[in-house]
Design a protein around this ligand. Structure first.
Ligand code: SF4
Length: 382
């Protein structure tokens, strides 16, 4: 079972319960009015998977890393409201308050607000730092951990990024995972990849590493993640047993059904999808690659897209010249991100106008420091 962190929720000057019964029109009006008062001191960030009514209020849209970088680069911004999930708000806090940014702002911190503390990520919650540390210690009894490079997907808690920073490791995104694995193999014999087994496996397979060389570490097994010493000694990539609850819903039969019904259709999926889907897709790539691929396609192109539902629906709306389908008969949306609704956004922003920063995400200095080490290594990878 995933271990979800329990996070304190701010009461705020105005209680959240006052906002819940309000109609969307009223919430929109109040968000816009508060937004105007705060001007360029505030940036509202909207992740691509966010619902439309929230993303309409976003100053910037993007994936988690792009958003954090853009917000950190803003000269005027002193508060970020991150309409995403918890690990994204942590990354924004780390990047916006890194030493050179603080120096530029005469030590003024940027406050990062997550409108709903329950907006976590099921994948990130599948790898708790205590479990990763325990795995590392156990691996050290079988192999030389000086030759083991820890790699964490950016979709992970700051504590895991810091673990990588401390142990010669690195962060990756879904856009640069292959380059990050190359970087890691230049420095070590093996990689320990967490928390998403699918991104790790799909990427390593393209580099000629076989499934037999990629044992999956089950943190709930008492010994060696459920493997023999030999399996660990023969490994090239040790994958953490984690996945995205959204992308794991796509199945090979969905691909076959679309191909039968719509000859010539192109299947476009995110590499967080399981191997059996990724292998038979026409194109696999990060959110940015999915967006760019659709934008560049000629009118009349037919797509079945395997990624989060809100993003696919938005693509459908923005590209009426193409025929876009969602690659699953069941609803696959990021339920935790969906918790951030207009009521939470209005509550956060009106409290901010009243001088109260609710649901502040602040990473402790040591964790932030080592996370930054791992994030900066990622930036060196081209
Ligand atoms: S889509 Fe998956 S990986 Fe992304 S935030 Fe939601 S649960 Fe986490």
């Amino acid at each position: 079972m995933p271990i979800a962190p329990v996070l304190p929720v701010s009461p705020g000057k105005f209680p959240l319960s006052d906002y819940k019964p309000l109609a969307n029109a009223e919430l929109n009006r109040r968000i816009e009015a508060a937004r105007k008062q705060l001007g360029s001191r505030l940036l509202i960030l909207g992740h691509h998977y966010q619902q439309d009514e929230v993303i309409e209020h976003a100053d910037l849209r993007g994936d988690s890393y792009q958003l954090s970088q853009m917000a950190a680069d803003s000269k005027d911004c002193r508060t970020i409201i991150f309409c995403g999930v918890h690990f994204m708000a942590e990354t924004a806090d780390i990047l916006a308050n890194r030493p050179e940014k603080l120096a530029e702002r005469a030590d003024q911190r940027v406050s990062v607000i997550l409108p709903d503390m329950a907006a976590g990520c099921s994948m990130a919650d599948m790898a708790a730092i205590a479990q990763v540390e325990d795995a590392w210690d156990q691996l050290g009894e079988v192999i030389d951990t000086n030759e083991l490079i820890p790699v964490t997907y950016i979709n992970s808690a700051a504590s895991l990024k810091a673990f990588c920073g401390k142990h010669g490791g690195i962060v990756c995104t879904s856009s640069n995972a292959a380059a990050v694995l190359e970087w890691s193999f230049q420095r070590g014999k093996r990689v320990f990849f967490f928390p998403d087994q699918h991104l790790g496996r799909n990427t390593a397979l393209t580099m000629g590493i076989t499934n037999a060389q990629m044992p999956v570490w089950n943190p709930y097994e008492e010994e060696l993640g459920g493997h023999t010493d030999e399996a660990i000694e023969n490994s090239r990539v040790i994958l953490w047993q984690g996945h995205c609850s959204v992308h794991q819903m796509f199945r090979p039969e969905h691909v076959h059904q679309f191909r039968e019904k719509h000859p010539g259709i192109k299947i476009l999926v995110h590499p967080e999808c399981p191997q059996e889907v990724n292998d038979i897709a026409d194109i696999s790539g990060s959110t940015s690659k999915i967006l760019k691929t659709v934008e560049a396609a000629p009118p009349g192109t037919k797509w079945a897209i395997g990624t989060e539902l809100h993003l696919v629906n938005r693509l459908k709306k923005e590209h009426p010249e193409q025929e876009i389908f969602f690659l699953s008969p069941v609803v696959c949306m990021c339920a935790t991100m969906y918790r951030i609704d207009l009521a939470h956004l209005a509550w956060s922003i009106e409290n901010l106008v009243a001088g109260e920063v609710v649901n502040k995400i602040e990473v402790d200095p040591e964790t932030a420091h080592y996370s930054l080490v791992a994030l900066e290594r990622m930036l060196e990878v081209r």
